[in-house]
Design a protein around this ligand. Structure first.
Ligand SMILES: C[S@@+](CC[C@H](N)C(=O)[O-])C[C@H]1O[C@@H](n2cnc3c(N)ncnc32)[C@H](O)[C@@H]1O
Length: 425
């Protein structure tokens, strides 16, 4: 493997300060019940167990993956190990306190398919091994150089592997950044805090005037009252959020391709006047469309993607309705999809919601045609089979209409595609 450049003194100093913070305030602070992860009752966005076919759309399911949880905190690697008993989990983190917590959690539940190591992301290439899947949640925006973090992650990702990456998004965290600036003006630093200061900080939050945007985002930042989370939100030594376009550009610069944007519906521009929406759809590239959706929504607090090394063959990881063999693709319901019949003015309609969406308005009352198509999607039928099935049921829908409905469902994260050869394993 090629050597990565050594961290500069400024980078090394940030790494030290971030490590000190998480040694003192390990994150997340809450106790984690692993039992529902062991039994499969609970899952997380990013678990390959659930999202295998998004990551490897043309392969059968495989359990024996090498998974790296980079910046695993107090419990994330344990949750992955609990949910993927046939996988080999490696968790790394700067904070020995967090790793010790993770270790005792694994002992408590007799979880053995895990190894934990205190190290920086930047030193990952020293492991001299590679992984099928990498999870990196809420870490690279805490690095002096997120790009250097990506380079290190890329070195340890197998050529055919995928990575789940989450970074903070700027606009949905506006309340947090205003508060960070306020605390800087007040000369408060995490390093010097004692219990009394924490109590004062909590009082400050309680006394915020009603115009403060934190009041509108209380659900998003519901855990801000806990000490470690409070420090993480308000007094982090390094917190560099992204807007979607620079995030995509950074990935590209560091030789990653976006395989799948998670919660794509957060970036929709349905709210634009029709004439503007047409311009956006017809004239702008994808990143610009997403940037417009992000500005319109104004509440996105994180960007989550599955990404791949840009040298992974496109036909291995991309699957879409524009493929020449799209009619053979199989349609799956999203693991987070919930549907219910509800009464509306025009009669009973099927409403579809994704459990991973953060915004209450993203509930879709389906047209009869959309509902018919969704009802045929069972993880077995191809697009062609759905077309034939609907015709047998005397439902006339053209191939073009079927494609348009499926595209609409895909853009709202209600379904996904997998290849005809992928099987369920
Ligand atoms: C916000 S916490 C997220 C923890 C975990 N990923 C989760 O989602 O629960 C960030 C974690 O990244 C770790 N971290 C930050 N910078 C790191 C680096 N350069 N190398 C390794 N770990 C790092 C911190 O120690 C901390 O545990």
């Amino acid at each position: 493997m090629a050597d990565l450049p050594l961290p500069t003194p400024a980078q090394a100093s940030i790494t030290r300060q971030v490590r000190d913070q998480y040694e003192r305030f390990p994150y997340p602070s809450k106790d984690c019940d692993l039992q529902p992860f062991i039994t499969g009752q609970r899952a997380e966005v990013g678990f390959p167990r659930q999202y295998y076919h998004l990551l490897w759309p043309h392969q059968g399911k495989r359990d024996d993956l090498d998974i790296l949880v980079a910046g695993c905190g107090t419990s994330q690697a344990a949750r992955y190990a609990a949910a993927h008993p046939h996988a080999r989990i490696t968790g790394i983190d700067l904070s020995a306190t967090s790793l010790a917590h993770c270790q005792s959690l694994c002992q408590q539940y007799q979880i053995n398919n895990i190894s934990l190591q205190q190290m920086s992301l930047l030193d990952l290439p020293e492991l001299n091994r590679q992984f099928d899947y990498i999870v990196c949640t809420g870490v690279i925006h805490h690095m002096a150089s997120p790009g250097a973090g990506l380079d290190a992650l890329r070195q340890v990702l197998r050529p055919g592997g995928s990575m789940y990456l989450m970074v903070y998004a700027r606009y949905g965290r506006d309340a947090i950044y205003l508060l960070q600036r306020l605390l800087r003006e007040l000369d408060l630093r995490a390093k010097q805090l004692d219990d009394n200061d924490i109590a004062v900080l909590l009082e400050l939050l309680d006394r915020l005037p009603p115009t403060h945007p934190l009041h509108f985002r209380r659900d998003q930042f519901h855990d801000i009252g806990k000490t470690a989370e409070l420090i993480d939100y308000l007094l982090h030594v390094q917190d560099q959020p992204f807007t979607i376009k620079p995030f995509y550009e950074l990935l590209q610069q560091h030789e990653f391709s976006v395989q799948h944007l998670i919660n794509r519906a957060h970036y929709l521009h349905d709210a634009l006047p029709v004439s503007l929406r047409q311009t956006v759809l017809n004239s702008f590239d994808e990143a610009r469309q997403l940037a417009i959706g992000e500005l319109l929504r104004a509440g996105i607090d994180k960007h989550e993607v599955f990404c791949v090394r840009s040298d992974r063959a496109v036909e291995d990881w991309r699957i879409s309705l524009t493929d020449a063999n799209a009619d053979d693709h199989i349609l799956e319901r999203s693991p987070a999809l919930h549907t219910e019949l509800i009464r509306e003015d025009q009669g009973t309609v099927l409403r579809a919601v994704s459990g991973s969406h953060q915004f209450a308005d993203l509930q879709f009352s389906l047209s009869p045609e959309q509902a018919q198509v969704l009802n045929c999607i069972n993880g077995q039928r191809s697009l062609h089979a759905i077309h034939t099935y609907l015709q047998q049921q005397q439902r006339t829908i053209s191939r073009e209409q079927l494609h348009a409905v499926c595209q609409w469902l895909l853009e709202r994260d209600l379904i996904f595609l997998r290849g005809a050869q992928s099987g369920t394993g």
